[in-house]
Design a protein around this ligand. Structure first.
Ligand code: ZN
Length: 178
């Protein structure tokens, strides 16, 4: 099944997803298909609502191999870290966002095992970004009011001018989080 990445403005991105109740072959296939979509873009994470699936799971790979987290819960968070965050559902927009530096996340893996992962920096950021997607939250909501205003203006500019390119400062940016 072909999956299309939903873009900012699609109501599915603002809708909280439902917990996964069954880890069956269908879910495993979906996770695999989502990984292919993610690698194709390329991205390092992709949450189910981003392909229109209202279920609480996401796939990711920051270079250590693919993995899937189901029904994640952020149990602890510490510190602060600034990272230039991007989103496959908000193409070409990158904003320096402050979030906790380290987190402890609990989830279920594709084998149905309960797992906990201590993550910091990039991985912690990815988990927080994907977790937000599962609850209908986009990175705009993690920006300061001034950042949000500027980011929305930039987004509309790129959307309304076909062929418009991101501001030059975006060119050197390589990593897109989901
Ligand atoms: Zn995203």
């Amino acid at each position: 099944m072909a999956h299309e990445i939903r873009i900012f403005g699609d109501p599915v991105l603002k809708t909280p997803a439902a917990p996964v109740t069954d880890i069956d072959g269908k879910l495993i296939t979906l996770a695999d298909e989502m990984l292919q979509v993610m690698y194709d873009r390329p991205g390092i994470g992709l949450a189910a609502p981003q392909v229109g699936i209202q279920k609480q799971f996401f796939v990711y790979d920051i270079g250590d191999g693919p993995a899937t987290l189901i029904n994640p819960v952020i149990k602890e968070s510490r510190g602060e870290w600034v990272y230039e965050e991007g989103c496959l559902s908000i193409p070409d927009l990158y904003v320096e966002i402050v979030r906790p530096k380290e987190i402890l996340i609990a989830a279920v893996d594709l084998n149905g095992n309960d797992i906990e992962i201590e993550a910091d920096e990039l991985l912690a950021r990815l988990f927080q970004h994907e977790f937000d997607h599962l609850h209908g939250t986009l990175m705009f909501e993690r920006m300061t009011p001034d950042q949000r205003k500027e980011a929305l203006t930039e987004w509309r500019r790129m959307r309304d001018e076909p062929g418009a390119t991101p501001k030059p400062k975006a060119e050197k940016r390589k990593i897109r989080l989901t």
